[in-house]
Write a protein that binds this ligand. Sequence first.
Ligand SMILES: C[S@@+](CC[C@H](N)C(=O)[O-])C[C@H]1O[C@@H](n2cnc3c(N)ncnc32)[C@H](O)[C@@H]1O
Length: 211
Amino acid sequence: MESEFWLERWNENQIGFHQTDIHPMLVKHWSALTQPRNNVLVPLCGKSRDMHWLQHQGLEVVGSELSEIAMSDFIEDCEASFTSRTVAGLTSHKAVGYHLIVGDFFALNKSQIGAVDCVYDRAALVALPTEMRDQYVEKLQNLLEPKTEILLITFAYDQSKRDGPPFSIDQQEVERLYASWCEIQVLETVATDEFGDDNGTTESCYRLIVG
Ligand SMILES: C[S@@+](CC[C@H](N)C(=O)[O-])C[C@H]1O[C@@H](n2cnc3c(N)ncnc32)[C@H](O)[C@@H]1O
Protein backbone atom coordinates (compact mmCIF):
# COMPACT_ATOMS: atom_id res chain seq x y z
CA MET A 1 0.00 0.00 0.00
CA GLU A 2 1.59 3.21 -1.13
CA SER A 3 1.54 6.40 0.91
CA GLU A 4 -1.25 7.95 -1.22
CA PHE A 5 -3.59 5.08 -0.34
CA TRP A 6 -3.25 5.75 3.40
CA LEU A 7 -3.25 9.53 3.15
CA GLU A 8 -6.51 9.29 1.20
CA ARG A 9 -7.98 6.96 3.83
CA TRP A 10 -7.22 9.57 6.48
CA ASN A 11 -8.47 12.45 4.32
CA GLU A 12 -11.77 10.64 3.77
CA ASN A 13 -11.95 9.39 7.36
CA GLN A 14 -12.09 5.75 6.17
CA ILE A 15 -10.33 4.43 9.22
CA GLY A 16 -12.20 1.26 10.14
CA PHE A 17 -8.93 -0.08 11.58
CA HIS A 18 -9.01 2.49 14.39
CA GLN A 19 -10.24 1.07 17.69
CA THR A 20 -11.74 3.07 20.50
CA ASP A 21 -10.83 0.40 23.08
CA ILE A 22 -7.36 -0.62 24.14
CA HIS A 23 -6.49 -3.88 22.38
CA PRO A 24 -7.16 -6.76 24.84
CA MET A 25 -4.10 -8.69 23.62
CA LEU A 26 -1.89 -5.72 24.46
CA VAL A 27 -3.24 -5.56 28.00
CA LYS A 28 -3.08 -9.34 28.42
CA HIS A 29 0.36 -9.97 26.97
CA TRP A 30 2.42 -6.84 27.51
CA SER A 31 3.91 -8.38 30.66
CA ALA A 32 5.24 -11.28 28.55
CA LEU A 33 8.00 -8.91 27.46
CA THR A 34 10.77 -9.27 29.98
CA GLN A 35 13.64 -7.00 28.91
CA PRO A 36 14.06 -3.69 30.79
CA ARG A 37 12.46 -0.91 28.80
CA ASN A 38 11.99 2.85 28.88
CA ASN A 39 10.52 3.37 25.45
CA VAL A 40 8.45 1.57 22.83
CA LEU A 41 8.43 2.02 19.07
CA VAL A 42 4.96 1.91 17.54
CA PRO A 43 5.41 1.70 13.75
CA LEU A 44 2.52 2.80 11.51
CA CYS A 45 0.79 3.96 14.67
CA GLY A 46 -2.25 5.83 13.30
CA LYS A 47 -3.96 7.49 16.24
CA SER A 48 -4.09 4.27 18.21
CA ARG A 49 -5.30 4.67 21.77
CA ASP A 50 -3.02 1.77 22.65
CA MET A 51 -0.29 4.45 22.73
CA HIS A 52 -2.02 6.07 25.72
CA TRP A 53 -2.02 2.74 27.51
CA LEU A 54 1.68 2.23 26.78
CA GLN A 55 2.51 5.74 27.96
CA HIS A 56 0.58 5.07 31.15
CA GLN A 57 2.90 2.11 31.76
CA GLY A 58 5.68 4.69 32.16
CA LEU A 59 7.13 4.31 28.66
CA GLU A 60 8.05 6.96 26.15
CA VAL A 61 6.01 6.13 23.06
CA VAL A 62 7.87 6.64 19.79
CA GLY A 63 5.16 6.62 17.14
CA SER A 64 5.74 6.64 13.38
CA GLU A 65 2.85 7.67 11.14
CA LEU A 66 2.45 9.04 7.62
CA SER A 67 -0.64 11.10 8.25
CA GLU A 68 -0.57 14.47 9.97
CA ILE A 69 -4.36 14.12 10.39
CA ALA A 70 -3.83 11.00 12.50
CA MET A 71 -1.20 12.74 14.61
CA SER A 72 -3.29 15.90 15.13
CA ASP A 73 -6.28 13.79 16.19
CA PHE A 74 -4.11 11.83 18.60
CA ILE A 75 -2.53 14.96 20.07
CA GLU A 76 -5.98 16.54 20.52
CA ASP A 77 -6.97 13.46 22.50
CA CYS A 78 -3.90 13.77 24.78
CA GLU A 79 -3.68 15.70 28.00
CA ALA A 80 0.01 16.33 27.33
CA SER A 81 1.37 19.58 25.94
CA PHE A 82 3.28 19.04 22.68
CA THR A 83 5.99 21.00 20.89
CA SER A 84 6.47 20.42 17.19
CA ARG A 85 9.55 20.71 15.02
CA THR A 86 10.15 20.01 11.33
CA VAL A 87 13.64 19.10 10.18
CA ALA A 88 14.42 17.93 6.64
CA GLY A 89 10.74 17.28 5.92
CA LEU A 90 10.19 15.18 9.04
CA THR A 91 7.90 16.60 11.73
CA SER A 92 8.37 15.50 15.33
CA HIS A 93 5.71 16.17 17.96
CA LYS A 94 7.14 15.80 21.45
CA ALA A 95 5.60 15.80 24.93
CA VAL A 96 6.36 14.05 28.18
CA GLY A 97 6.06 10.37 27.28
CA TYR A 98 5.58 10.88 23.55
CA HIS A 99 7.75 11.32 20.47
CA LEU A 100 5.48 11.18 17.45
CA ILE A 101 7.16 11.30 14.06
CA VAL A 102 5.16 12.19 10.95
CA GLY A 103 6.71 10.78 7.80
CA ASP A 104 7.55 7.59 5.98
CA PHE A 105 8.58 4.79 8.35
CA PHE A 106 10.72 3.30 5.60
CA ALA A 107 12.83 6.47 5.49
CA LEU A 108 13.54 6.60 9.24
CA ASN A 109 17.00 5.99 10.61
CA LYS A 110 18.40 5.23 14.04
CA SER A 111 19.46 8.80 14.73
CA GLN A 112 15.89 10.06 14.18
CA ILE A 113 14.21 7.63 16.54
CA GLY A 114 17.01 6.92 19.01
CA ALA A 115 17.62 3.60 20.75
CA VAL A 116 14.49 1.43 20.78
CA ASP A 117 13.84 -0.81 23.80
CA CYS A 118 10.80 -2.69 22.44
CA VAL A 119 8.20 -2.58 19.66
CA TYR A 120 4.41 -2.81 19.58
CA ASP A 121 2.96 -3.82 16.21
CA ARG A 122 -0.80 -3.88 15.93
CA ALA A 123 -2.11 -3.45 12.39
CA ALA A 124 1.28 -2.42 10.98
CA LEU A 125 2.60 -5.64 9.45
CA VAL A 126 -0.92 -6.68 8.40
CA ALA A 127 -1.38 -3.32 6.66
CA LEU A 128 1.32 -4.14 4.12
CA PRO A 129 1.32 -6.35 1.00
CA THR A 130 4.04 -9.02 0.69
CA GLU A 131 6.80 -6.96 -0.91
CA MET A 132 6.36 -4.10 1.54
CA ARG A 133 6.28 -6.55 4.44
CA ASP A 134 9.77 -7.65 3.46
CA GLN A 135 10.91 -4.01 3.42
CA TYR A 136 9.20 -3.35 6.76
CA VAL A 137 10.96 -6.26 8.42
CA GLU A 138 14.28 -5.24 6.88
CA LYS A 139 13.79 -1.74 8.32
CA LEU A 140 13.00 -3.13 11.77
CA GLN A 141 16.07 -5.32 11.52
CA ASN A 142 18.18 -2.21 10.83
CA LEU A 143 16.65 -0.24 13.69
CA LEU A 144 16.66 -2.86 16.46
CA GLU A 145 19.47 -4.16 18.63
CA PRO A 146 19.79 -7.78 19.83
CA LYS A 147 17.43 -8.75 22.69
CA THR A 148 14.84 -6.14 21.66
CA GLU A 149 11.36 -7.64 22.05
CA ILE A 150 8.41 -7.11 19.70
CA LEU A 151 4.76 -7.68 20.62
CA LEU A 152 3.10 -8.49 17.30
CA ILE A 153 -0.63 -8.87 16.68
CA THR A 154 -1.79 -10.38 13.37
CA PHE A 155 -4.85 -11.72 11.56
CA ALA A 156 -4.97 -14.94 9.55
CA TYR A 157 -7.79 -15.83 7.18
CA ASP A 158 -8.39 -17.21 3.70
CA GLN A 159 -6.83 -14.49 1.53
CA SER A 160 -8.58 -15.84 -1.59
CA LYS A 161 -11.93 -14.82 -0.09
CA ARG A 162 -11.02 -11.25 0.82
CA ASP A 163 -8.56 -8.59 -0.28
CA GLY A 164 -6.32 -6.79 2.19
CA PRO A 165 -5.58 -4.64 3.99
CA PRO A 166 -5.51 -6.02 6.56
CA PHE A 167 -3.62 -8.86 4.89
CA SER A 168 -3.61 -12.40 6.19
CA ILE A 169 -0.43 -13.19 8.10
CA ASP A 170 -0.38 -16.77 9.31
CA GLN A 171 2.30 -18.32 11.49
CA GLN A 172 4.17 -19.55 8.43
CA GLU A 173 4.44 -15.97 7.16
CA VAL A 174 5.58 -14.73 10.58
CA GLU A 175 8.26 -17.42 10.47
CA ARG A 176 9.27 -16.51 6.91
CA LEU A 177 9.73 -12.87 7.95
CA TYR A 178 11.24 -13.21 11.42
CA ALA A 179 12.70 -16.69 12.04
CA SER A 180 16.13 -15.84 10.57
CA TRP A 181 16.69 -13.02 13.07
CA CYS A 182 14.21 -13.44 15.92
CA GLU A 183 13.09 -16.10 18.35
CA ILE A 184 9.32 -16.52 17.91
CA GLN A 185 6.86 -17.34 20.66
CA VAL A 186 3.11 -17.64 20.00
CA LEU A 187 1.34 -16.14 23.01
CA GLU A 188 -2.27 -16.61 21.93
CA THR A 189 -4.50 -17.37 18.95
CA VAL A 190 -8.23 -16.73 19.08
CA ALA A 191 -11.10 -16.93 16.60
CA THR A 192 -12.42 -13.47 15.71
CA ASP A 193 -15.38 -12.10 13.75
CA GLU A 194 -13.46 -8.86 13.16
CA PHE A 195 -14.55 -8.70 9.50
CA GLY A 196 -18.12 -9.74 10.17
CA ASP A 197 -17.86 -12.74 7.83
CA ASP A 198 -17.57 -16.48 8.32
CA ASN A 199 -14.05 -16.69 7.00
CA GLY A 200 -12.42 -18.64 9.84
CA THR A 201 -10.42 -15.56 10.83
CA THR A 202 -8.05 -15.85 13.75
CA GLU A 203 -6.10 -13.20 15.60
CA SER A 204 -2.71 -14.05 17.06
CA CYS A 205 -0.28 -12.41 19.41
CA TYR A 206 3.44 -13.17 19.21
CA ARG A 207 6.46 -12.31 21.29
CA LEU A 208 9.51 -11.91 19.05
CA ILE A 209 12.98 -11.53 20.50
CA VAL A 210 15.73 -10.18 18.27
CA GLY A 211 18.64 -12.68 18.27
C1 LIG B 1 -4.01 -0.27 9.41
S1 LIG B 1 -3.51 1.29 10.04
C2 LIG B 1 -3.07 0.86 11.71
C3 LIG B 1 -2.86 2.02 12.61
C4 LIG B 1 -2.57 1.64 14.07
N1 LIG B 1 -1.45 0.76 14.20
C5 LIG B 1 -3.78 1.07 14.76
O1 LIG B 1 -3.69 -0.01 15.34
O2 LIG B 1 -4.84 1.74 14.72
C6 LIG B 1 -1.95 1.52 9.25
C7 LIG B 1 -1.37 2.88 9.48
O3 LIG B 1 -0.08 2.96 8.93
C8 LIG B 1 0.12 4.22 8.36
N2 LIG B 1 1.19 4.05 7.36
C9 LIG B 1 1.10 3.37 6.20
N3 LIG B 1 2.26 3.38 5.55
C10 LIG B 1 3.13 4.08 6.34
C11 LIG B 1 4.50 4.44 6.23
N4 LIG B 1 5.20 4.11 5.15
N5 LIG B 1 5.07 5.17 7.22
C12 LIG B 1 4.34 5.53 8.32
N6 LIG B 1 3.04 5.21 8.47
C13 LIG B 1 2.44 4.50 7.51
C14 LIG B 1 -1.24 4.58 7.78
O4 LIG B 1 -1.41 5.97 7.58
C15 LIG B 1 -2.16 4.01 8.83
O5 LIG B 1 -2.47 4.98 9.81
